[in-house]
Design a protein around this ligand. Structure first.
Ligand code: PLP
Length: 394
């Protein structure tokens, strides 16, 4: 059958492809270490699962809910956001979706027209560009002129009168970089001056390390808030990737449009997961659990950064958030005689049995992304194997 042009234009997710290859190898009995996927190695806290079981047993989760989600969850999300950022959102401004991924998709569908341009700073999370294309709009990449964080000048260089939306993801997947308050303020003010929508992906906002302060665009005052649609979810902070709970918080007219859209496209996301998410937010143990996981990621980051920097031809700036590092391996690729970063990464997988993702998937060749949402012993062994691999090919 002939596929639509819309879908034929879409690239499959590279992170899933590398992770799936690692799983296939593991199924063949190969001892493969998978650092390709952004999947917390922690279990969902058990009291959250218990709340879901209770919702099932008491038949609370049997029926359709509002397409935008159950009212108590939307209220709690609004309270949580208001407490964190001093905003004034209500339940009507919140829509609950099938993961943050679908919230991002719904927002691009609700706000972009064919011919619109949407700015994506590099390096970027894999799905933004494809979702923007699915809305018929054009993804426009903004290259950081220095390091891994864009500035106003970098954005200005690719701005056109067709630019409608700016994606901002801090802490960043794949780089682990976090915008300082000053950096973010300059960018947000620039976006407001150009009357852009800021699509803020704060998915890793709870995961910052070594005293780094997380600033969200929602912290930057009313003008910025009125130009912002926030996307967040429970996958990363609460180790709930499988439950698929995300949300968007938006000015009321956008939230209403998202509600209409969800009502036609998906209906509500699974009611049982909504009850689980409600408990994640309201149970007093929630904050402790998030902090316990944050501390574990911090310890790993502090241990592996220098190990990675000791690898021949590899350099990495220490990440400040999320659970990814994005080392520059261009020298190692040269040293080992591989033709490209992709070939180097394939070699690492097939020979050293470590799965990482080439930077090209995130728009920046010469880098690789590795996730440290994996126990420390596995991370140390993986880095050792990569070191041995480089030395063997030198
Ligand atoms: N945004 C970023 C930056 C991510 O890394 C992810 C997941 O990897 C998501 C959004 C979507 O997360 P989910 O759909 O699990 O809520």
């Amino acid at each position: 059958m002939e596929l639509s042009e819309r879908i034929a234009n879409i690239q499959p997710s590279a992170t899933l492809a590398f992770s799936n290859r690692a799983k296939e190898m593991a199924a063949q009995g190969i001892d493969v270490l998978n650092l390709a996927v952004g999947q917390p190695d922690f279990k969902t806290p058990s009291y959250i699962g218990q709340a879901a079981i209770k919702a099932i047993e008491e038949h609370e989760a049997d029926s359709y809910t509002a397409a935008t989600g159950i009212l108590p969850l939307r209220k709690e999300i609004a309270n949580h956001i208001n407490e964190q950022h001093g905003t004034d959102f209500g339940a009507r401004d919140v829509v609950v979706t099938n993961g943050g991924k679908f919230a991002l998709y719904a927002v691009t569908q609700a706000l972009l027209n064919p011919g619109d341009e949407a700015l994506i700073p590099l390096p970027y999370w894999v799905s933004y560009g494809e979702q923007i294309k699915l809305a018929g709009a054009k993804p426009v990449l903004a290259h950081p002129s220095q390091g891994l964080k864009v500035t106003v000048e970098d954005l200005e260089a690719v701005y056109t009168p067709q630019t409608k939306l700016l994606v901002l993801n801090t802490p960043n997947n794949p780089s682990g970089e976090v915008f300082t308050k000053d950096e973010l303020t300059a960018i947000a003010n620039w976006a407001v001056d150009h009357d852009l929508v800021i699509l803020a992906d704060d998915m890793y906002g709870d995961l910052v390390y070594n005293g780094t302060e997380f600033t969200s665009v929602l912290d930057l005052g009313e003008d910025v808030v009125n130009h912002t649609v926030l996307v967040n979810g429970f996958s990363k902070s609460y180790a709930m990737t499988g439950w698929r709970v995300g949300y968007a918080v938006a000015p009321s007219n956008v939230a209403a449009a998202l509600g209409t859209y969800l009502g036609q496209v998906s209906g509500n996301m699974a009611a049982v997961s909504q009850y689980a998410a409600l408990t994640a937010l309201t149970d007093p143990r929630g904050k402790e659990e998030v902090e316990r996981m944050r501390q574990a990621y911090e310890e790993r980051l502090n241990t592996i950064t220098s190990l990675i920097n000791d690898l021949p031809g590899v350099s990495v700036t220490k990440g400040a958030g999320a659970f990814y590092l994005f080392p520059d391996v261009s020298e190692a690729v040269e040293l080992t005689g591989f033709q490209s970063t992709d070939e180097f990464v394939n070699g690492v997988l097939e020979e050293a049995h470590v799965s990482i993702v080439p930077g090209k998937a995130f728009g920046l060749d010469g880098h690789v992304r590795l996730s440290y949402a994996t126990d420390l012993a596995t991370l140390q062994e993986a880095i050792k194997r990569i070191g041995d691999f480089i030395k063997r090919h030198q």
